[in-house]
Design a protein around this ligand. Structure first.
Ligand SMILES: *[C@@H]1O[C@H](CO)[C@@H](O)[C@H](O)[C@H]1NC(C)=O
Ligand SMILES: *[C@@H]1O[C@H](CO)[C@@H](O)[C@H](O)[C@H]1NC(C)=O
Ligand SMILES: *[C@@H]1O[C@H](CO)[C@@H](O)[C@H](O)[C@H]1NC(C)=O
Ligand SMILES: *[C@@H]1O[C@H](CO)[C@@H](O)[C@H](O)[C@H]1NC(C)=O
Ligand SMILES: *[C@@H]1O[C@H](CO)[C@@H](O)[C@H](O)[C@H]1NC(C)=O
Ligand SMILES: *[C@@H]1O[C@H](CO)[C@@H](O)[C@H](O)[C@H]1NC(C)=O
Ligand SMILES: *[C@@H]1O[C@H](CO)[C@@H](O)[C@H](O)[C@H]1NC(C)=O
Ligand SMILES: CC(=O)N[C@H]1CO[C@H](CO)[C@@H](O)[C@@H]1O
Length: 463
């Protein structure tokens, strides 16, 4: 799969020079040019800030609902809502930490636990669940006894993305806090929230008291209200999560034999030290696929050294439609991607007619621009992207209706502007390396289409 041959064509040098120029002037957003320039300026100044242009309001909100006051504190239900459209928290799940402002302790928890108890030597009879000033909480694994569960708990910290599965985009636990305030006047909010999910990347704001949540009884006939509610909002920044991208994109087309590979070292070449060749004998060893505690990957050696490659192939050009093929390949021998998502930005996604073998959902982050969509696997069919190897890929085709005014095969128009895998932006090849239409572009592609159609009809007659 990985050994993509790029045909070197010395005759194309002159043409390439010319096209590079046009490519630089090619603006995929003619109408929104200013908007995007302002936006890029913003990105340069606030590069480290957690702002995702394709999901501008994406966040994880952690809500504490005090459901009862106790003699020395309170019981709260903590609910984590993942409002990010396409960034889920995959196994091994979230880790949530905070600091107690005073001498609070956790008497007990339901549906989650702290990783350490800390020093509870001050307590004689009842021993708290956790006495640390900075408790670190993790979800329980599925299958804990029923009396240790609450709704939306015990999923091993796995939380779906809002765009893929709103019902699964929530995780909850209950905490009983002692040596704390016992009324809405005396309670002190926990501080300095940290969220790992499962790696770094999230930054949490301060807790803020918000209007109390109202709950509807299961029969929906009675409303109850939390005694007090506070919210914490956490946002993700890929920049904080990792130095290098974690995926890259390659391109090909029916109108040019060139395959534009992922950029070299797209995901950082220091990885190369520990990579493993796809024909290595080590691969037949038992345990080579076993995930590590620290999630360290075992990558197949490639020129890009990315765990994920997304390939976009412009496959066919019909009269009113065109068709692209999308393939995602996993190069990590130690990771199965569950509930993976692929986000693509392309101006023609406003006219997606059919998506084969993936689910598709348009994302409309700005009311006026419908150019972004999310692909994800079909449940029980290809929502699991298997570890590197012969089964480590998923693929689909997309049929798009042409808008005659904008459709073109020139200047790389048919390739995506942005690609995200699991919420992280993938590195695209440099624009001047895109497969481009031979000079007599339109006629050639027409001839090719006619030829291809002819061959296809002949084949169909024969078969
Ligand atoms: C968090 O996301 C929700 C849902 O998109 C949005 O309504 C809310 O304003 C966001 N909060 C912040 C602080 O961005
Ligand atoms: C607090 O978080 C909940 C989701 O957990 C959200 O529905 C609510 O709008 C938030 N409140 C405020 C004021 O942000
Ligand atoms: C929270 O973090 C800030 C600095 O990051 C620190 O000054 C402050 O003491 C911390 N608060 C608590 C309660 O630990
Ligand atoms: C605190 O609770 C009392 C009733 O127990 C209520 O009247 C008051 O508005 C609450 N204050 C806040 C800040 O929620
Ligand atoms: C991936 O999933 C398959 C099937 O569920 C399993 O056999 C394999 O061990 C998993 N691989 C990893 C790396 O977890
Ligand atoms: C966006 O485009 C999709 C087709 O990809 C269409 O189904 C959807 O209705 C469009 N949404 C808006 C708000 O234009
Ligand atoms: C195919 O595209 C490449 C650029 O990636 C270009 O160098 C080459 O000349 C193109 N081939 C033809 C036949 O035009
Ligand atoms: C050819 C075609 O269907 N064009 C439509 C593409 O989508 C835009 C907006 O979503 C419509 O206005 C076009 O008619």
């Amino acid at each position: 799969m990985e050994n993509i041959k790029v045909r070197a064509n010395p005759n194309s040098m002159r043409i390439e020079g010319k096209d590079q120029r046009t490519m630089r002037h090619f603006n995929p957003y003619p109408k929104h040019g200013l908007l995007f320039s302002v936006f890029f300026a913003f990105m340069i100044f606030y590069g480290a800030d957690a702002y995702d242009p394709l999901d501008p309001t994406g966040n994880i909100t952690i809500k504490w609902d005090v459901v009862s006051w106790t003699p020395d504190g309170y019981v709260a239900v903590v609910t984590m809502n993942n409002f990010q459209m396409y960034r889920h928290i995959m196994s091994p799940g979230w880790t949530l930490g905070w600091n107690w402002p005073k001498k609070e302790v956790i008497w007990s928890m339901v549906g989650a636990q702290t990783t350490e108890q800390g020093d509870c030597s001050k307590f004689k009879a009842n021993i708290p669940h956790c006495c640390k000033k900075n408790p670190i909480v993790v979800d329980m694994l599925p299958g804990v006894p029923y009396n240790q569960q609450i709704a939306n708990c015990c999923k091993g910290g796995v939380v779906a993305s809002w765009g893929q599965d709103p019902a699964g985009a929530v995780s909850s636990f209950q905490v009983s806090v002692g040596v704390a305030g016992t009324s809405n006047k005396t309670v002190k909010l926990p501080r300095n929230f940290t969220l790992l999910g499962p790696g770094p990347g999230y930054t949490c704001g301060p807790a803020n008291v918000v209007p109390s949540t109202t709950f509807l009884s299961p029969d929906r006939r009675r409303k109850t209200q939390a005694l007090m509610t506070w919210n914490v909002t956490c946002t993700y920044s890929q920049f904080l999560a990792r130095k290098n991208p974690s995926c890259c994109v390659s391109f090909s087309s029916f109108y040019n034999e060139t395959i534009t590979p992922c950029p070299n070292c797209a995901c950082g070449c220091p990885n190369k030290r520990n990579c493993i060749k796809s024909d290595s004998k080590l691969l037949s060893r038992v345990g080579v696929n076993t995930p590590r505690k620290d999630n360290a990957p075992l990558l197949q050696c490639t020129r890009h050294m990315c765990p994920i490659r997304v390939h976009w192939h412009v496959k066919l050009n019909y009269k009113d439609y065109w068709r692209a093929k999308v393939a995602i390949t996993n190069f990590n021998y130690r990771l199965n991607y569950t509930q993976w998502t692929l986000v693509v930005q392309h101006p023609n996604l406003n006219n997606v007619t059919q998506v084969f073998s993936f689910d598709y959902k348009p994302l409309v982050p700005y009311q006026s621009i419908n150019d972004t969509g999310m692909f994800h696997g079909m449940k029980f069919y290809n929502d699991l992207l298997m570890e590197a190897g012969p089964t480590g890929n998923v693929q689909s085709e997309v049929l798009l209706q042409k808008d005659i005014n904008t459709f073109t095969l020139k200047q790389g128009w048919a390739f995506p502007r942005k690609v995200y895998f699991n919420g992280d932006e993938c590195m695209l090849p440099p624009p001047d390396s895109y497969p481009f239409l031979p000079n007599s572009g339109y006629m050639d592609s027409l001839r090719f289409t006619v030829l291809a159609t002819l061959v296809l009809s002949v084949l169909m007659v024969i078969l």
